[in-house]
Design a binder for this molecule. Structure first.
Ligand SMILES: Cc1cc2nc3c(=O)[nH]c(=O)nc-3n(C[C@H](O)[C@H](O)[C@H](O)COP(=O)(O)OP(=O)(O)OC[C@H]3O[C@@H](n4cnc5c(N)ncnc54)[C@H](O)[C@@H]3O)c2cc1C
Length: 423
């Protein structure tokens, strides 16, 4: 039910637990908190009318999922036990335990959970936002645009296809490549790959941040004949002229720009925390929410917790990370409300199912410092190799697990680690 920010007598509304954001993280953590204490008063502030299963957008772009399966009305996923404010937060006033909303009103809290995700900075690449959706310029990161990617892939028979990756951190760091591999696989199967010049332009210096997964990816780069350009950052796009400008660095601090013509461009924008976090006392040096790595409690304000893409913790920004974070925040937040020590620990788990071809996935699963954290023994799935088992998991199991498991507080393979008493 949608709520008002003041009581009938005009007093400030206050909730025991106030959650900002009703995405993967906000809904999951509400469910995990409620599962542990059914009497807690919980509210969610979320302006959007639709909730998206973003991991499905890669599959839409590859022609595997229909777009409808990746989105539901927000009212369908919003738990019945929360008060829902359909507004946006513009500021957190942590010293007086209140958040400000975009209609000028405020709401108070005893404990605050920040889960507003991240901001896609489309304006960070000149001309990109206006170019999107025509002249072959697309992005699976844009709501509703993965279908256009799939149209482009099916219609491209010759010419040049560019795939770009911005500087880290971004959500699902493998997703720019996933689009490229699925597209190349389609072109290979339809006998047109030899007539296409496929280029990958990566602002970073490596194919993937965890070395164990790189050999499997390199094998696909070779198979598809992809021209890989490291430290090559997309800085401008001209849709009608079908040209993209890349800035590259030579390692001695010298940079140069070059223009490349394209027939298709799959672009991914640079990413940052929402402004009300990035420009506040809650942010770390990089502008992300300044959380303790293990407890997910704010480093300075003990009644504030956070999870999901906004977090400044060093994990991969994925829904898979949220699956493990939500129970940790739920346990520690309840302990904090009861003045008990925080015992639950998040070890940095994140997962990136790299769709290297239609039917096979390299299932990267790792925690802080790139330590591998596979969910399955090797005989079921070897994450460093492309496997059919991992494809089956992503294509057949994970969407249902998301909608009916994670968002409902069923914590599959997500029991929190326990902190040792000295921590
Ligand atoms: C193309 C693509 C492919 C991906 N592939 C995978 C994958 O294969 N596996 C995987 O695990 N993850 C994947 N991800 C990443 C995954 O979708 C995110 O990590 C996950 O959604 C993060 O959850 P979140 O709740 O932090 O952010 P979101 O799910 O983005 O939700 C944030 C919510 O906060 C709300 N909000 C924003 N600002 C405010 C405000 N000021 N006030 C109130 N509410 C606000 C928004 O409306 C939104 O509903 C992919 C993402 C993309 C784009």
């Amino acid at each position: 039910m949608i709520s008002n920010t003041t009581t009938p007598r005009g007093e400030l509304k206050t909730h025991t637990v106030l959650i900002v954001g009703g995405g993967a993280a906000g809904i999951s953590v509400a469910a995990s908190i409620h599962k542990r204490d059914r009497n807690l008063d919980i509210a969610i502030i979320e302006p959007a009318t639709r909730h998206h299963y973003q991991p499905g957008w890669t599959m839409v772009g590859g022609g595997v999922f229909r777009p409808e399966v990746t989105s539901k009305a927000m009212s369908e996923v919003m738990p019945s036990f929360v008060s829902w404010y359909q507004k946006g937060v513009t500021a957190v006033n942590q010293d007086i335990h209140q958040v400000e909303l975009d209609d000028g009103s405020s709401i108070g809290y005893e404990a605050l959970v920040l889960a507003p995700g991240l901001e896609l900075n489309w304006g960070g690449i000149e001309g990109l936002e206006t170019a999107l959706g025509s002249n072959g310029v697309t992005s699976n990161y844009r709501e509703g645009m993965a279908s256009y990617t799939w149209d482009m892939v099916q219609n491209l028979k010759r010419g040049r296809a560019l795939f770009t990756q911005p500087p880290m951190p971004i959500k699902c760091a493998g997703a720019p490549q996933k689009a490229m591999y699925l597209s190349s696989d389609y072109w290979l199967r339809h006998g047109v790959l030899n007539d296409l010049d496929v280029q990958f332009h990566n602002a970073g210096a490596v194919l993937f941040g965890v070395p164990d997964y790189v050999p499997a990816l390199e094998a696909y780069i070779e198979k598809y004949g992809i021209d890989v350009n490291f430290q090559s950052t997309l800085v401008a796009v001209n849709g009608p002229a079908r040209t993209a400008v890349f800035r590259s660095n030579d390692g001695d601090g010298n940079s140069q720009e070059r223009e490349v013509e394209f027939d298709m461009l799959h672009a991914v924008p640079p990413q940052r925390a929402p402004r009300f976090i990035r420009e506040s006392a809650l942010a770390n040096e990089g502008g992300w929410l300044d959380l303790e790595d293990d407890t997910l409690r704010h480093k300075t304000y003990p009644d504030i917790f956070g999870l999901g893409d906004v977090s400044g913790t060093g994990n991969a920004k994925t829904a898979a990370a949220v699956r493990k974070q939500a129970p940790v925040v739920a346990e520690n937040l309840i302990a904090s409300l009861r003045n008990q020590p925080l015992r639950a620990a998040y070890l940095g788990y994140g997962s990136c199912p790299l769709t290297v071809e239609n039917g096979k996935i390299v299932l990267a699963e790792f925690g802080y410092g790139g330590v591998l954290q596979p969910s399955f023994p090797r005989w079921i799935n070897d994450g460093t190799k492309a496997t059919r088992a991992a494809w089956w998991l992503k294509a057949k199991q994970l969407p249902a697990l998301y909608w009916h498991g994670m968002l409902k507080g069923h914590e599959w393979l997500a029991s929190p680690a326990v902190r040792s008493p000295k921590d």
